[in-house]
Design a protein around this ligand. Structure first.
Ligand code: AMP
Ligand code: GLY
Length: 432
């Protein structure tokens, strides 16, 4: 098969790497890809949001399957356009993608089907939203309805911060029309997990879960980022057979069924961001794609042929598929450019990538080739992943290799999947 992967991050490198192992693959393209994907696939100079350009390319090159990594092209209707041209594509339609691209749509759908989630009120009017917030308790969560590059959610500790957030979204319109409508949501206390399934209409594959680390600093301090690391599976307090059954029956199946009734069949990955609370798991958000950096650990654990699984899902044959996840643990540590998520330098030569242990894979994001040398070209530069019998062994292996990769100003968190984190989690859970 001739396959096109859309996107340019470490998530898309991981997807392409896994598809690259399929005996059914004849030729792999990545648009636009990165210097990591150029090692084994052909990068195409079409941006991931250029739906027309991608369609032209797919027709011209006789692409048999297109796989969409990020949410932006899904919101733009890439699946609708490819399907209208008779092309097979993995990812939901524009209508299905609303589970991520409109938080008010998602909230209404999940509430209507009795899926556990934070209570929320929806506002189109700034004055009404402010009055509601002032009359309520804090902390409170303010969310832009539309896509905001992961920055549209503010957990406000005070009434003043909540009003400031509403003003930024609704008056200053810092995310444009994404913030014209907002959700004011109940604050949920607990620990977060990310749960993934392949979905084909009302059918849901077996689940896989991961934990990611969003803050820049050790101990979950500092600014929010695109993700600084992940591990899978989560500790047993957060993910065990009982919780998995609950998430499947009370969350994933009802939402897949609701989407199937609401729209053209949802076909792709469904990603539930959940808070594990004293009252059980509750939905924080849904996404219509794999997470980054969660994909980098989850795909290390996938035992199936990913290309086969994606074709079956896109063709509406998910019932033929039994997705199996390796029992071992995967850990991912992101190496960033110093200064990220604020300003940082690029063009720094990277060394050590040819000296990685067996079982370790470094997925590229912000890298490029310059005069035959691999150099930095972004904030999050690489995701170093490992697979081992225990999370402790996987963590040790990941960091042993992270320490070999060097460039000027490199930065990474030292506590990804660390025992301290387990300690904190267990203490919090026990303390309740
Ligand atoms: P989202 O963009 O929806 O993933 O939200 C970003 C982050 O905000 C989440 O990963 C949580 O850490 C936090 N968050 C979102 N909603 C809530 C909530 N209702 N209660 C507590 N934290 C939340
Ligand atoms: N890691 C969270 C996300 O990809 O949205």
């Amino acid at each position: 098969m001739r396959v096109l992967v859309v996107g340019n991050g470490a998530r898309e490198h991981a997807i392409a790497w896994k598809i690259g192992q399929s005996p059914r693959l004849e030729k792999l393209f990545v648009a636009p890809g990165n210097s990591g994907t150029s090692d084994f696939a052909e990068n195409v100079t079409v941006k991931s949001d250029d739906v027309e350009g991608l369609l032209d390319f797919a027709i011209q090159e006789g692409i048999d399957l297109t796989v969409v990594g990020p949410e932006i092209p899904l919101e733009a209707g890439i699946t609708d356009q490819f399907e209208a041209s008779g092309l097979l594509i993995f990812g939901p339609t524009k209508r299905g993608a609303r589970i991520e691209t409109s938080k008010s749509f998602a909230k209404a759908l999940i509430q209507r089907h009795g899926v556990p989630t934070a209570t929320a009120s929806i506002f189109d009017d700034y004055g009404e939203a402010v009055r509601h917030v002032k009359g309520g308790s804090v902390p409170v969560v303010i969310k832009a309805d539309g896509l905001a590059a992961g920055k549209g959610v503010i957990v406000a500790e005070s009434h003043k911060d909540a009003v400031t957030a509403l003003e930024a979204l609704m008056v200053d319109r810092v995310f444009g029309n994404s913030g014209d409508r907002v959700l004011v949501e109940e604050y949920l206390d607990g620990r977060e997990i990310s749960v993934f399934a392949f979905v084909d209409g009302p059918r849901v594959s077996s689940l896989v879960a991961a934990c990611d680390y969003k803050r820049i600093g050790d101990g979950d301090t500092g600014s929010n980022t695109g993700g600084m690391g992940a591990y899978s599976p989560p500790i047993p307090e957060l993910w065990n057979p009982d919780l998995e059954r609950l998430v499947m029956e009370d969350i994933m199946i009802p939402v897949a069924q609701a989407l199937a009734e609401d729209s053209s069949p949802y076909r792709g990955v469904l990603f539930a961001g959940l808070m594990v609370t004293d009252d059980g798991p509750k939905v924080i958000e849904f996404n219509c794609r794999f997470g980054d950096p969660e994909a980098q650990v989850v795909l290390r654990r996938l035992e199936n042929d990913l290309l086969e699984a994606m074709i079956a899902t896109a063709e509406g044959r998910l019932e033929d598929l039994c997705l199996e996840w390796d029992n071992r643990s995967a850990v991912a540590v992101v190496i960033a450019s110093g200064g990220y998520p604020e300003s940082y330098e690029t063009g720094q030569p990277i060394t050590g990538l040819n000296n990685l242990d067996d079982g370790v894979v470094a997925f590229h994001a912000g890298t490029s080739n310059s005069s035959g040398q691999r150099v930095t070209d972004g904030g999050r530069v690489l995701t170093v992943t490992s697979l081992a019998n225990s999370v402790e062994d996987a963590r040790y292996l990941a960091y042993a290799n992270v320490n070999r990769i060097k460039f000027e100003g490199s930065y990474y968190r030292t506590d990804i999947a660390a025992p301290e984190q387990y300690g904190i989690a267990e203490k919090n859970l026990r303390g309740k």
